[in-house]
Design a protein around this ligand. Structure first.
Ligand SMILES: [Zn+2]
Length: 280
């Protein structure tokens, strides 16, 4: 069985921590580098349900996309929900490792997994990483559809293709417009409108779109149809992609790791009620 330090080295090779944004907090949150790893659980959020799930299935390592602590803290007391996660993990010898913006921009990255979940063909990054000579790394992905769909059809397709959440898909744009090209970005993507417009795509699918940025974007010529999915749903496909990458490494190294993907929905929104008579 590999030691935690060996597994972390393999994960760092997939998602080099130095490629994370300067504000980010990636890497190992807790865990003894010398302990052996047998079972790994991938999840989007390092919340208590995921720590409990790891305990239940006997995982020694959780790999999440979101950091547990993004900013500094002065306490890990178990009275606070993050501190309780830390206590659960350390008490049960479970390590936690985070790959966040370094996984977003990787090749393959979070938006490649999102594009694959939506059956889209990736043609390149939306915001290319200038340091990548192959032109594949970067934020978001530009994609093509195999066959054109209307905005209405693409919304239904996305709602069906992404993991089920209370939110489903919100949409801004003419429902009868044609979609042939799509930009996708897992997680919060409303800072990318300028790049999406410059790319000249028919649609943009991301999460956490807010009133004012969308309102302003809708008032600007050449803004594509906008699709807002649940943040968790846009990033969960990465867990399956990442788990398959670690499984391949484990096979090559003869580690015999058991790799799991959590299907626990940790999107914080739990219900959705459509207004009577609302358009769809
Ligand atoms: Zn995210």
């Amino acid at each position: 069985m590999p030691r935690l330090s060996e597994v972390i080295a393999a994960l760092d090779a997939l998602w080099p921590p130095e490629r994370a944004e300067s504000w980010d907090a990636v890497g190992t949150v807790c865990g003894d580098p010398d302990t052996e790893v047998n079972r790994v659980l991938f999840a989007v959020d390092p919340v208590q349900e995921i720590a409990d799930e790891a305990l239940r299935i006997g995982a020694d390592l959780i790999v999440t996309h979101h950091p547990l602590y993004l900013r500094g803290t002065t306490t890990v007391a178990a009275g606070h929900f993050k501190g309780r996660v830390v206590h659960t993990l350390i008490r049960n010898d479970i390590a936690l490792h985070v790959a966040h913006t370094n996984a977003d921009t990787a090749d393959p990255g979070v938006s490649d997994a999102l594009a694959a979940a939506l059956d889209l063909r990736v043609t390149g990054p939306l915001v290319p990483d200038r340091d990548d000579p192959h032109g594949r790394r970067g934020l978001g992905r530009l994609c093509e559809l195999d066959r054109p769909m209307t905005v209405r059809e693409f919304a239904a397709h996305a709602a069906k293709s992404l993991p089920a959440t209370a939110q489903g898909i919100r949409c801004a744009g003419d429902p009868d417009a044609t979609v042939r090209t799509v930009a996708v970005s897992g997680g919060s993507g409303d800072s990318l409108f300028a790049q999406v417009r410059a790319a000249g795509v028919d649609a943009f699918l991301t999460a956490d779109l807010r009133h004012h940025p969308v309102s302003e974007a809708r008032g600007t010529a050449a803004t594509p149809a906008l699709f807002d999915a649940a943040h968790w749903a846009t990033e969960w496909p990465w867990c399956e992609q990442a788990a398959a990458q670690l499984e391949a490494i484990s096979d090559r190294a003869g580690w015999h790791l058991r790799v799991h993907v959590s299907t626990t929905v940790t999107d914080p929104w739990t219900s959705h009620f459509s207004s009577p008579g609302a358009p769809n």
